[in-house]
Design a protein around this ligand. Structure first.
Ligand SMILES: [Fe+2]
Ligand SMILES: [Fe+2]
Length: 143
């Protein structure tokens, strides 16, 4: 599985959308995660036009993954092990908890609202107080 790095035009779109702190977290991701986040954000731009915060949430929702330091194969293994109840290694556990790890980082970087909440709670149901249509659009874009 190889992912295409973002083109100069796509990189420019990311920079137009994120502040320095957000861009810093975004570019620390693996190329595959950058591509994934960009695709999710592009879908959100279509389904939630003009919703800048949802777009930012899409770009940054998986930043916690990079701290796990797992490649694609071991990530898949972690997902399968977790699904059938096999105990995970510490790195696998971090990968499986990338949402809350990323949310803590985003919060420390000054983000709040849907950006932190989507990182923390995806792919679960909408937390209390979050618009369910907005949440569904984000989840579908991430699916
Ligand atoms: Fe995720
Ligand atoms: Fe994702």
């Amino acid at each position: 599985m190889t992912a295409q790095g973002l083109t100069p035009r796509e990189q420019q779109l990311v920079h137009q959308h994120l502040d320095a702190a957000g861009a810093n977290l975004f570019w620390q991701q693996d190329v595959a995660d950058q591509r994934h986040a960009f695709v999710v954000a592009s879908r959100v731009a279509t389904t939630l036009p003009g919703d800048d915060d949802a777009h930012t949430a899409a770009l940054l929702h998986d930043v916690g993954k990079r701290l796990a330091g797992l490649g694609v194969i071991r990530r898949s293994i972690a997902t399968v092990f977790d699904g059938i109840g096999i105990p995970l290694t510490a790195a696998m556990r971090r990968y499986r908890t990338h949402g809350s790890v990323g949310a803590a980082e985003l919060s420390a970087a000054g983000f709040d609202g849907i950006v932190v909440s989507f990182a923390a709670n995806h792919p679960g149901p909408a937390p209390h107080g979050v618009d369910t249509n907005r949440w569904s659009a984000l989840l579908e874009a991430d699916g």
